[in-house]
Design a protein around this ligand. Sequence first.
Ligand code: GLU
Length: 270
Amino acid sequence: MSDTTGQPALGAVRQRADVPRARRIVVKVGSSSVSGEATAQIGPLVDALAAAHGRGTEVVLVSSGAIATGFPFLGLAGKPDDLATQQAAAATGQNVLMFRYQQQLDRHALIAAQVLLTAGDLQNPTHRVNAQRAMDRLLALRVLPIVNENDTVATHEIRFGDNDRLAALVARLLGADALVLLSDVESLYTRPPEQPGAERIDEVPFGDELAGVTFGSIGAAGVGTGGAGTKVAAARLAAEAGTSVLVTATALVARALDGDHVGTWFHAAP
Ligand code: GLU
């Protein structure tokens, strides 16, 4: 189906091949994909987001990496353990991270908007509606919202837990057609991929409990908090709300957004 411009009409996403014509997508990237030696991945990531934006898709990026980006600027050798230093690193790193995204977006004449949320914001009806309305407006204005947890005010008890969950809640809030969860691994496996007998999971039908599948901490390289388990939990949360979910590697983001057969696909509720 085409509209008058000859472009395929934007619509619902039920399978990978539908991703290029999604009306609205949320892409989540983990700390280890955009900080340290992986900082160079921000350029290709932004190129892929800009290509989707250019097709008319409304794109929201949920990016971790504030703490991982910030701690070297504080003279620390590794990710801090205590909350106050993590918050200080996040406040420092969030600024640098946004600057790095904007530098790359400049090449595409796009502008980013920083949206920092806490779990409490999404539970508070007033804050929730404000966040939704502001992001709807940003998307209508063709701005790229870049969302992260508001780490400065989030304590361990009231955190989302990880940004995979935050991304799923944002996808639900915005009624996204697809959620793409990016990390270091190409897809999910039936057990940690370094173990014998681990098999790649290609598709997960809606409601499949993935019985017999064991998830280790794969995908959680030193600087992030998520792993395969948090991705599955987030994927279920989004799928229940009618959002299809693709879990794959940051290096494959362009192919993922082009609708290629990569990663693990979670079917959304019918
Ligand atoms: N919000 C944290 C950061 O930007 C990361 C949360 C997570 O590990 O997903 O550093």
